[in-house]
Design a protein around this ligand. Sequence first.
Ligand code: NAD
Length: 251
Amino acid sequence: MTPSPMRAAAEAFRRAKRAIAVTGAGISAESGIPTFRDAGGIWEKYPPEEYASIGNYLAAPEKVWAFWRELAAGLADCRPNPGHLALAKLEAMGLLEAIITQNVDNLHQEAGSRRVIEYHGNARYLICLDCAATEPLPKDSFPERPPDCPRCRHLMKPGVVMFGEMIPVQAMIEAEALARGCDLCLIVGTSAQVFPAAGLPEVAKRQGACVIEVNIEPTDFTFDIVDYFLQGPAGTILSQVTSEIKSMSPP
Ligand code: NAD
């Protein structure tokens, strides 16, 4: 009898020697953080093309800061959900080598995941546009105006990668190496629209990795490169995957 996709995915995890996860905004949706695609979310009020680029920030820091301030305030009370916790558990069980996340919300780290590659930075700190010094962004007292660097007095920006900026080199090198070296790539809650992050699962597939996708709806990945598509909310599905793995005898 053919196993269910859930069972087959769990078996693939048990067999894998080097599994990685690539996560996007969808894994944090159940923590109350809107994805780009959610109607009525922050992105409708602040269109990314007007508020999320470095060019916009440099041209009008005060205007764009209002958006980042609201975004950071929205993240302050969010907590990891069962999806984040399930990935941390897989890592603790020795079944997941690393997470490459496009998210900037710090929730994988708060869930206990240890090796997290932040492909698009982290909204919980600021970085100086001149001397690159970093400063934590307090959770409860966001500056009213774009802050100046305490060291050199130049303008600081949120620690996230804005449109028009490079991906941090170290993150890019590490992510590429993980994608090339893995034998299982789990994709969770990403629409496959933002490059170069969206290219990583394809790199893994080309090297022969098994590709498992968790999403509430199919994406461009689903029909092109995915071996097992597990449809549903990440919290529910990833909890089921870990339970299924635990119920199996060792390979
Ligand atoms: P996206 O908004 O383009 O797509 C979200 C994907 O998640 C969709 O495919 C959607 O079907 C899926 N999804 C929604 N709810 C889900 C759930 N409960 N379980 C599983 N899947 C679910 O997000 P993206 O592909 O990550 O690209 C957006 C960009 O915006 C990224 O670069 C990211 O850095 C940034 N972003 C980050 C956050 C965050 O840090 N939490 C939030 C929004 C956007």
